[in-house]
Design a protein around this ligand. Structure first.
Ligand code: 0O2
Length: 221
């Protein structure tokens, strides 16, 4: 009987993890279509890089224990929104909102929450836009809605976040004050760099490169 229970649990867990992987695959297809279409319409690519991951069971359990929630699959599904993650890196801040708006207006997606850490940076200096999105995945016995966290950031914000993440883990969350200060300063420099790069880009390409999504003339031609 115990073995049967273990088998059933194993089956449920495998299926749980697979659903998140499929959701990532679906989202990656959407992002790749957007990227190619943008390039075709505007001869310009707003997406620099795309990466993805499904959280490991260890990392999921770490969050479960940190949040003090019950380690059951339905409760985890309900409470942890970044099991499936897609990260989109853009050259310019304007492109972040362009990509965000195009993606979140797709009719098969349901936007659960937008966390705009560019408008409201975290106290450590972290900047990115997070979109918590529900995407349907079609399995043999019907569709399931799966939550994916899409993080959209500039190259400079990504550079900063990856170093901060390493430092944060190195000190197990207790970053020494002088490092925290330097990180905050580096975040401010990254913001200045993003503004300068955007200004240069606009000066060279004009506001052509700024319009939101596809203009009507693009479709009419
Ligand atoms: P990993 O290794 O990327 O999976 P919480 O996750 O509890 O801090 P919340 O509200 O549950 O916060 O989720 P939120 O704000 O959407 O953040 C989830 C993910 O965003 C994190 O996942 C990071 O990837 C990224 N993130 C958020 N804040 C920071 C930050 O201050 N610095 C860096 N470098 N990344 C951040 P994980 O699970 O922490 O890590």
């Amino acid at each position: 009987e115990l073995q049967e229970m273990a088998q059933a649990f194993h089956h449920d867990f495998q299926r749980f993890m697979m659903e998140y992987q499929f959701a990532v695959d679906e989202m990656l297809t959407k992002v790749s279509i957007l990227r190619e279409e943008f390039l075709y319409l505007h001869k310009y690519n707003p997406i620099e890089h795309v990466s993805s991951r499904v959280k490991t069971p260890e990392s999921i359990m770490r969050k479960v224990s940190k949040r003090n929630i019950a380690p059951s699959l339905p409760i985890i599904r309900e409470n942890i929104s970044d099991i499936a993650g897609v990260r989109i890196t853009c050259s310019f801040v304007k492109d972040i909102y362009k990509v965000l708006n195009t993606l979140t207006s797709q009719s098969d997606l349901k936007v659960i929450q937008i966390k705009d850490y560019i408008k409201n940076p975290k106290s450590n200096g972290y900047k990115s836009v997070h979109a918590i999105i529900e995407i349907p995945v079609f399995l043999s016995d019907g569709p399931v809605n799966v939550v994916v966290e899409v993080q959209i950031r500039t190259i400079a914000q990504d550079f900063w976040a990856s170093l901060e993440h390493k430092i944060f883990y190195r000190y197990e969350g207790d970053v020494p004050a002088h490092l925290a200060d330097e990180l905050a300063e580096a975040a401010a420099i990254a913001t200045t760099l993003d503004m300068r790069m955007q200004r240069l880009h606009t000066e060279v390409h004009g506001h052509d490169a700024d319009h939101d999504g596809a203009s009507h003339t693009d479709f009419d031609n």
